[in-house]
Design a protein around this ligand. Sequence first.
Ligand code: C2E
Ligand code: CA
Ligand code: CA
Ligand code: CA
Length: 276
Amino acid sequence: AKERGEGGYQRYRPGSEARGAERHRITAALTAALERQEFLLHYQPVVTLPEGRLTGVEALVRWVHPKRGLLGPAEFIPGAELTGMIVPLGDWVVHEACRQAAAWIQELGDRAPGTMSVNVSARQLQNPGFAEQVARALRESGLDAGRLTIEITESTALGGGATHDVLRALRAMGVRLALDDFGTGASTLSLLANCPVDQIKLDRSFTPGPGPAAIAGAVLQLARAMGLEAVAEGVETPEQAEQLGDLGYERAQGFHFARPMTAELVTVAITEPADL
Ligand code: C2E
Ligand code: CA
Ligand code: CA
Ligand code: CA
């Protein structure tokens, strides 16, 4: 039986007889949303420890749904991955993030966020055209490749297919790679040994508070030994920020510093720093 949500597809159930129709409907909804420009990027600051100075931002996609309001990625990325619509949506995300990063540099000069981080799904990296899309986004925006970081998860990096060639091509262009949600995958260490990345992002479940400080400390030592940058995610309290600083973390992200926000609010936070 097909239960149709109001303009949504959140009732998708694997194994239901309507699976084909469901996919078709998700594809149509996402195609229309792309055409109507209903997607939007929010940006979450990444800051230095212990100062809390802005060093970069992470782009996080949103869907301004005409009926359901502002939707987070959990509500539409799975459907986009299932249907392959993540490819055109992801291309839009890369282009928009590069455009915004370059606009901030024009507008704010030295005060612009130093780096722009973009999340990508396995399916995007299995598409050999992805590296060319990134190259185009950099060319069209004029953004330096070194200011763009592509965030992949451990499962994404194990994606097979063209994934490794795409990752190698991105790195050859000078784009930086980050291993997101570090520590939550099944083969974290073997992956780190085999997949050349520049940064690891300690998953928020391992940020001290929920997680033991010993793990956060050991991950930092591992990053240092391998010459990688470490970012602690999901920092929600001043105590967590203090503890990470004491452990030696130099980069952090989380609600304690700033929530994801519109580009306009990031600009305001930079030009009126009391608000950050
Ligand atoms: P992520 O890459 O791990 O992004 C961080 C998520 O944690 C964001 O949720 C952010 O709002 C949230 N967060 C940030 N600070 C804190 C904190 O202090 N505490 C807690 N509890 N949460 C915090 P969001 O925006 O809902 O994104 C969820 C996931 O969706 C992302 O996880 C990422 O995997 C995926 N995603 C977001 N944008 C994109 C995109 O453009 N493309 C793809 N393929 N995936 C995306
Ligand atoms: Ca991320
Ligand atoms: Ca993460
Ligand atoms: Ca201290």
